[in-house]
Design a protein around this ligand. Sequence first.
Ligand code: GLN
Length: 550
Amino acid sequence: MPKYIFVVGGVMSGVGKGVATSSIAKILQSSGFSVTAIKIDPYVNVDAGTMNPTEHGEVFVLDDGMECDQDMGNYERFLDTSLSSANYMTTGSVYLSVINKERAMEYGGKCVEVVPQIPLEVISRIDKAIKANKADIAIIEVGGTVGEYQNILFLEAIRILKLKKPEDVALALVSYVPSLGAGGTELKTKPTQYAARSLESAGLHPDIILARASVPLDQKRKEKLEFMCGLQEGDVISAPNVESIYEVPINFEKDNISERILKKLSLRAKNKDLKDWQDLVSKIRNPKGKVKIGIVGKYFGSGDFILTDSYISVLESIKHASYFWDQKPVIEWLNADEYEKNPESLNELKSYDGIIVPGGFGNRGIEGKIQAIKFCRENNIPFLGLCLGMQLATIEFARNVAGIKNASSAEFEQKNTENIIDVMEEQKALIEEKKYGGTMRLGAYSCKLLRGTKSYEAYGEEMISERHRHRYEFNNKYRKQLEENGLTIAGVNPERDLVEIIEIKDHPFFVASQFHPEFKSRPLKPHPLFREFVNAALKTKKPTFESVGS
Ligand code: GLN
C-alpha cells in the first residue's frame, strides 16, 4: 500500500516549500524507501512552458519533454532521479483531461461536476505517478498557500483521500514564522496558527508543522504551536535559514522529522544513511578556494532575485561542479546591455575565471552577449554556452572568423539572408498557426560525440542524452563553411542530423551546447560539461592578490 505525504504552504509563498518537500523526500529515500515527488500547481496554464520565467521562475524540462515548475528540478536533484510528466500537474491540465474524458463519454452520461470529478482526477493522477515510479511513498507538494481559492480543490483531494485511507495519508504544513523586535529574534507564531485554522476549515488537520524562520524555533514557541494547532509533542519541526539548501535534510533530521512522519504512516525506517549528503555539506562548508563565474544576461531591472529564480538550474549546476573541485563558487550577473552601450566595459570579463551565456528568448541584449563571447574567445577565457548561448557563439564565429558579416538567427531577423541559426519547417508552421504551447524541440534527444573533443573527454562516452527547449537550430547549410574555418562540431543528434555541441580548438575551454545540460546536474554528480568548465576555470585562474597573500 503506497503512502501519501502532502505538503501545503501557510502564511506566504516563496519560503522554500519546494526545498522542504525535496528534503523530506531525500530523508525518506535515505531511510530505505522508494520515494517519488509530485508537484501540483494551481495555474490554469496547462504546463509551465507558457509562463514567463521572470515572473514564475525557471521553466524546468523533463526527459519526456514536460515543461514544468522549477521545484521539479529540486526534486530531481535531491532524489537523484529522473521524473516524468506523470509527476506534474496544473489546474489547467487536470481540467483539460476531465473535459476530454467528458467529450469521449467516459463518464457514461453522468453530470460531471467540479466536486468530486476534479479532486478524483487529481487522486488518480497521483496514483498513476506512484505506479509509474514504483514508489512506496509519494510526497505531493501543493502550490500556493492555504486559504487561496485556487488550491481549494487540491485540498479537497487530500480530504477525500484521507477519508478513504486514513492510515496512509500525512499532511505537512510549511509555514512562515516572522521575527520582530530589535534583534529580529522575537518569533511570532500567530500567522501560522491562522494558517492551521484555514486548513481546518477545509476539513484538514496538519500532522506536522515545518516552521520556516530566520532562526531555529525555541522550545517555548514549539510548544505554543503544538498546543494551539492541536499537534502532538515533537511535531513542530524547526526550519531555520541555512547557507546551502543541501543542509536542509540534515537540519530537519535534527528534529527527527523522518521518525515523526514514519510513525504517522505506521512505517519503520529500513536503514538510515545520509552519509554522502553529510560529506557534501562538509565539502560545501570547507572549500579550499574560490572560483569566480560570470553569467551574462539581459538586465530585467528588478534585481538579482528574479534572475536567480529564472536560472536556478544553471546556478545549481555551477555549485555542484564547484563543490566537486572543493571550491566556493562566487557567481555574478553581468549585464549584456552594458557591453552594447559601452564596449570598454568588456574588460571586466578578464576578472572572471569563467563566463557562461545561458539560454534565453527574444532579441534584447543579444549584441552585448555576442560581444562578450567574442571577448572570451579572443582572450582565452573559459566559456560555456547554453542553448541561446550556443546559438550566439555560432553567430559570433560566423561573423568574426568565417567572415559571414550578416550572420544572425531567424529569431531576431526574419528577413536576414544569412541565418546561421534558423527555424525548421515544422516549427514555421506551428508559429504561423500560433501553436506555441508545448511545441518547441523539448525533452531528451540523443547526441553522438566526436572523439578527441573536450565534450567527449568530459563525458567519457560516445552516446549521450540531453534535454532541450528551443525553437531554433543550427542551420546545416553553413556547417561545412564554419568547419572549414575551424569550428568543431563536437556533438550531433544522429536521427535528425542536428548540431548539438560546438567547440573551438586551441582555447582553454570554449564549449557550447544546443541542449540544456543544467537540467541533468546533480549535487553528488555534477554535469560533465559544468565540471570540466569549472576545472578549466581553475586551471586558467590568474593568481589574485588574496591567493598570493595567503
Ligand atoms: N530562443 C532560442 C530558441 O528558441 C533559444 C532558447 C533557449 O535558450 N532555451 O531556439
